[in-house]
Design a protein around this ligand. Structure first.
Ligand SMILES: [Zn+2]
Length: 237
């Protein structure tokens, strides 16, 4: 069902009739419009009025602060459509989990998307082990993704685009996994098929979002076993 065909229904009705799979489809369609330079017809000022009494966003996105990765633009969404959380490198912390729990448990959103991106400065910073004031604390949260990348043997630094992109994908998977490991509320909602969770990567060059289908959780909890070396060590113990 196209979201447009639901026009005429209240935003609350639309949200409550949306499933995680439908929410994912809305975002796929929105990104397709974005890439093709098409925009869904929407009057933002009218949406100000429509949403003034309450909000019923169908999805939550966690994207980077990078000025090129605004989730509403990338997914061609208007006011009141998505909760947009942004932090460099899509790292997870308790405040962000709190935002997601609010969005899903209290405000009724049906899908969480962790949206990493290519050429990410935060990932590059972690790859080069940059230290700068409070930024160091943030980049430390990305360091395990650098460590878990084991396929690139040489030039393991920000100057190697292949290495940076591989670390980015690991970082998205780690953030997805951190959500189910650190939030019992969200994990239970996924197990009960009340919400879905998926990772994705936005391509800065093409405007395209690639959903990492293998990370989609809806009903079933998945683990990505990123720490292969660590597992081998403990297996040999
Ligand atoms: Zn970034």
């Amino acid at each position: 069902m196209k979201k447009d065909s639901l026009l005429g229904k209240s935003r609350k009705e639309i949200q409550s009739n949306t499933t995680a799979e439908m929410a994912l489809e809305y975002l796929r369609e929105g990104n397709e419009r974005f890439v093709n330079n098409l925009k869904s017809h929407r009057d933002l000022l009218e949406q100000v009025n429509e949403t003034s009494d309450g909000q019923f966003p169908f999805a939550v996105t966690l994207s980077c602060i990078d000025s090129r990765t605004s989730a509403e633009l990338i997914f061609d969404q208007g006011l009141g459509d998505i909760f947009s959380i942004r932090i460099a490198g899509t790292v997870i912390n308790q405040d962000i989990l709190g935002c997601m729990e609010f969005a899903c448990k209290l405000a009724g959103s049906k899908l969480i998307v962790v949206l990493g991106h290519t050429k990410c400065g935060a990932i590059k910073g972690a790859c080069d082990n940059v230290h700068l004031g409070n930024l160091s604390t943030l980049l430390n949260k990305i360091q395990p993704s650098v460590y878990y990348e084991k396929t690139v043997a040489e030039n393991r630094n920000a100057g190697n685009p292949e290495f940076v992109e591989k670390v980015s994908r690991i970082q998205v998977k780690r953030s997805v996994e951190n959500i189910i490991e650190q939030s019992i509320i969200l994990r239970e909602m996924i197990e009960n098929k009340e919400i879905g969770l998926i990772g994705a990567v936005y391509d800065i060059d093409t405007g395209q979002v690639e959903f990492l289908e293998e990370t989609f959780m809806f009903g079933e909890i998945k683990h990505f076993y990123l720490d292969v070396e660590g597992q081998e060590k403990s297996a040999n113990r």
